[in-house]
Design a protein around this ligand. Structure first.
Ligand code: BYC
Length: 483
């Protein structure tokens, strides 16, 4: 390890990259900073900019004890540039350049590819803040509100992480891209965000928890793949981002888990055994399990689109170049070049959905997606344990990867939850049993429209957490509302 672990909080921009001795980048970032704050004030959490929020801030980048908890007004959050420590002697871990010393500067021949990946990653971060900006007003508790804001400020910091790379390593076009990241807006018809799922609405708290479970988990997988990069600064920044991302996974998984738990408890208390007695269950002020499943189907399918095409030359080129690796590449035991191997990929061929072997390099998006599926299933298993414990006969599941897709092989096809091709008519007929109907959406919107802002209290549709953040007691005031 040859780097500072502690973060320098003396200047305008906290960092552990020696910004004080890098005038050019320091100045560029200081010039970008006011635009960022304007963006945060315009597009960050609406109505809570003056609230005091019990947030964690990174004080060092080592694995233990990097976070300090304190009350902070979000616009004063210490957004900064934090890279995991440099590993001495690190090599490019895969691809045609495997074994060369990891690059500390951008290799000219991979510049365009690296810039594109960094810009796409950077674009998703502010997008999610924009998508979630109204949710504070309907928070089911101060605990949940605080978690939402923690996720939001960290997504803001992740934008900083990518912007630092653009400013430091990509000169004029990097600076222009950094400006553009503040200009695009989630869902805007003229200047939308780059990837589809980041232009969707996050209208309610169930959507938020499912988004953090499914879509932030894509973030985790993509960051894991970029953390393997031979471009060392990208690898280091992604490694540190992943430590923050873990909390976002926690918020999503426990959020949905607590909703499932509350539903099961209410059903048991009311003596309702059949999870499909939707009206009776909804009358208890909780979300019925079939509706949770439909919302999960939606978020899962939207998120799968973020993995790109099933067969991708871009992915092959990025791996071959040593720029974007596989999930936990450094733990895999093979040649790390994949020139001669194949990978099975589900495709649409001759009117059928079937598995076909493709060159392993072209199948890398799907390999990452398969690792993602395995990761998702662990969380779903945990939700199902809650249901099983209550004695209710229902299992949450993942739909087929071909269901409801807008990108890749299955785009435009009508496919049911089990992966069967169905007619357009059958799709239209069955749609409301697979995806949230307008009635489901109206029910959720109504149920989740009333905030609970009294410390230690929770909305009817969600169970309290098992433990508090930073081990705080159940009635801790996680957010002190202004005025
Ligand atoms: N939407 O070879 P293909 C996160 C385009 S989330 C629109 O199939 P490739 C977060 C593609 O650009 C993680 N266009 O795909 C989560 C290409 O166009 P060009 C974000 C799409 O390039 C929650 C063409 O189709 N990070 O961090 O292998 C909260 C053919 O491309 C889409 C990253 O994504 C799409 N969905 O893979 C906050 C990592 N898919 O170039 C944050 C960086 C494909 O021919 N990005 N296209 O004009 C990448 O690794 C890859 O670019 C992608 C796509 C995985 C996105």
């Amino acid at each position: 390890m040859i780097d500072n672990i502690r973060v320098d909080y003396d200047g305008l921009i906290p960092n552990n990259v020696g910004l004080n001795s890098d005038d050019r980048v320091k100045k560029a970032l200081e010039t970008w900073h006011p635009g960022y704050i304007d963006w945060w004030m315009d597009m960050g959490p609406e109505g809570f900019q003056q609230a005091l929020v019990y947030l964690r801030t990174a004080v060092s980048v080592d694995t233990g004890g990097w976070a300090r908890f304190d009350y902070v007004r979000m616009p004063e959050y210490k957004w900064g540039i934090l890279l995991a420590p440099q590993v001495e002697g690190r090599k490019v871990p895969f691809g045609a350049n495997k074994g060369e010393p990891a690059w500390q500067e951008v290799p000219g021949e991979h510049r365009a590819m690296l810039r594109r990946l960094i810009v796409i990653q950077g674009d998703t971060e502010p997008a999610s803040v924009e998508q979630q900006r109204h949710l504070g007003k309907t928070a089911p508790s101060l605990y949940d509100m605080r978690n939402l804001f923690q996720v939001n400020v960290e997504e803001g910091r992740h934008l900083w992480a990518m912007v630092y790379l653009l400013h430091k390593y990509f000169g004029k076009d990097g600076r222009e891209e950094a400006e553009e990241l503040l200009r695009r807006r989630a869902g805007d018809k003229d200047t939308p965000r780059m990837l589809g799922a980041f232009n969707e609405e996050t209208p309610d708290w169930l959507s938020f928890f499912l988004f953090t479970f499914f879509t932030d988990r894509d973030g985790k997988m993509q960051l894991e793949a970029l953390a393997q990069s031979g471009f060392d600064p990208l690898s280091r920044t992604c490694r540190f981002m992943l430590t923050e991302e873990a909390h976002h996974m926690f918020v999503g998984e426990t959020g949905v888990g607590r909703i499932v738990q509350r539903t099961c408890e209410a059903m048991v208390e009311a003596g309702i055994e059949d999870p499909h007695e939707v009206d009776r269950i909804r009358a208890l002020g909780v979300v019925d399990l079939p509706t949770i499943q439909k919302k999960a189907n939606l978020h899962f399918s939207l998120t799968l689109d973020l993995f790109g095409s099933e067969v991708s030359t871009n992915a092959a080129n990025a791996f071959h170049a040593g720029v974007k690796g596989r999930y936990r590449e450094d733990k895999l035991d093979d040649d790390h070049t994949l020139e001669d191997s194949t990978y099975p990929v589900l495709r649409f061929i001759d009117g059928r959905i079937a598995s076909a072997d493709v060159p392993a390099l072209s199948g890398l998006n799907m390999r990452l997606r398969d690792d993602y599926l395995t990761d998702c299933l662990k969380g779903i298993e945990r939700w199902n344990r809650v249901i099983a414990k209550s004695g209710i006969d229902f299992k949450l599941r993942l739909p087929s990867v071909a269901f409801n897709r807008q990108i890749g092989e299955f785009k435009g096809l009508h496919v049911d939850l089990d992966g069967n091709l169905i007619s357009a008519e059958a799709w239209t007929r069955g749609r409301d049993s697979m995806l949230p109907s307008s009635g489901d959406r109206a029910f959720i919107e109504h149920l989740m429209s009333r905030p609970v802002m009294e410390a230690g209290k929770f909305a009817s549709w969600i169970a309290p957490p098992r433990v508090g953040i930073d081990n705080r007691p159940g009635d801790f005031e996680y957010v002190k509302l202004a005025g």
